[in-house]
Each structure stands twice: as C-alpha cells, then as structure tokens.
Design a protein around this ligand. Structure first.
Ligand SMILES: [Zn+2]
Length: 223
C-alpha cells in the first residue's frame, strides 16, 4: 500500500488524498477503527495508484536540454557527451562516447539547430531501414506500403493511417533500438486495425510478443 498517514478530526466521513510524494493521507472521524479505515483505503486502491502514477509522471518530466560541451544527449538509447567547437564547416559526428559538434557559433540556438538536424537525418535513416524489413510482410497481406513522414508530436511517438501514411516522431531516435522497433510494429498493426481494439492487440501480440515490456521501457526511458 505504500506510505500512509492518518489524522483524526471531528468530521463524519473519511477523506482520502494522495500527496505529491505518494503518501496516502487519511483524515478520519474520531471514532473510526483502524480496520474500518484500512478497508476503505483498500477499496480506493485503483484510484490511489492512478494518483501516484500521475505525480510520478510529473516528476519525470525532462529537465531542459542543454547544448554546451559536457551536456549529455541520447541516441539509440546510448548516452553521448557533447563537445562543441566553433568552425566554418558545421558538422556533427559520433566519436566513441562523444557527439562532436562543429558550429559557426557556440550559442545554444545554433548548436540546438545543428543537433536537431542531425537527429532528424538519423531518425529518417533508422526508421526507413527498420521499416524496410516489413515491406514484404505488408505486400503479402495486401496492405498499403507504409510511407514514412517525420512529425514532431508533443504527446505521441507515431500515428498511421490505413492508406499507408505513417508518421513517426523524430525524437524516437533517442530511444533504445528495441523500443523503436516496437513503435514501428505498433504502427504497422494500424495499417490493418485503425483502432486499439482486440484485433489490433492480437496482431501486435503476434508481431511483437514482448511489446508490453518494451512499451514500459519506452515510457520510463530518459530521453
Ligand atoms: Zn496506436
């Protein structure tokens, strides 16, 4: 059940709330027995865990990204440290554990723009290659061949129309490769099943048996 704290007042009913640190606070009438209070809290277990998840997700919001030497960024789930230099020939290169960024200016804006262009190009390359493995699969099932579009979406990784238009969030290239493949398979299932109905999940289960674990890994990944 996690942490609980119990207060008593002259009120007539039990009030339960979840504090931002996850503690359950119960304010009970003076005469209520502990067993009674416990039973009532247990009845609200589903609501309590939803509240806790909500507070956790607020805490997990990513801090502002930094774009100077020493800042870290993820690519395919691995962490890289930026090394920013100024140069007339702007370029981004991966070298070991470093992302070398040669920029005309070391300003946050200039470096962020260069890195974002590089991530987008890598996203296109990675997603096309991973999606390419499923072309025959689509043809064999009479499904439209997926056409990839990169689209920055604030709250989702992808969306797919049965006509073949598949949008993937370029930010996804920061995630571990198995999570990228999971999102692609999820989207492929949408070619045949537009909604998240039982048919959709049956298909996903076949294509990607460990999808639940991958989904969770993606949701909790630091990107
Ligand atoms: Zn979906």
């Amino acid at each position: 059940m996690g942490r609980c704290c119990l207060k008593r007042t002259k009120r007539r009913t039990l009030a339960i709330s979840v504090l931002p640190d996850g503690t359950v606070e119960a304010i009970a009438p003076l005469g209520a027995t502990v067993a009674e209070i416990r039973r009532k809290i247990e009845k609200r277990a589903g609501w309590i865990s939803r509240q806790r998840r909500h507070f956790l997700s607020l805490q997990a919001e990513r801090p502002e990204r930094r774009y100077c030497t020493g800042a870290t960024h993820r690519y395919l789930g691995r962490q890289y440290r930026l090394k920013v230099t100024t140069s007339d020939k702007p370029a981004v290169k991966l070298r070991g554990a470093y992302l070398l960024i040669a920029s005309r200016s070391a300003s946050t804006r200039a470096v962020a723009a260069l890195l974002s262009r590089w991530m987008r190009a890598k996203a296109k390359e990675q997603f096309e290659r991973r999606l390419g493995k499923w072309r025959t699969w689509c043809v064999e099932r009479g499904l439209s061949a997926p056409r990839l579009h990169l689209l920055a979406m604030p709250k989702r990784w992808g969306s797919t129309h049965p006509n073949g238009r598949m949008c993937l969030n370029p930010e996804l290239v920061r995630a571990p490769a198995p999570c990228i493949d999971y999102v692609i398979l999820h989207e492929l299932c949408h070619l045949k099943h537009p909604r998240h109905d039982p048919g959709f999940f049956a298909e996903l289960e076949k294509l990607c048996p460990p999808w639940r674990a991958l989904k969770q890994r993606l949701e909790t990944a630091e990107l």
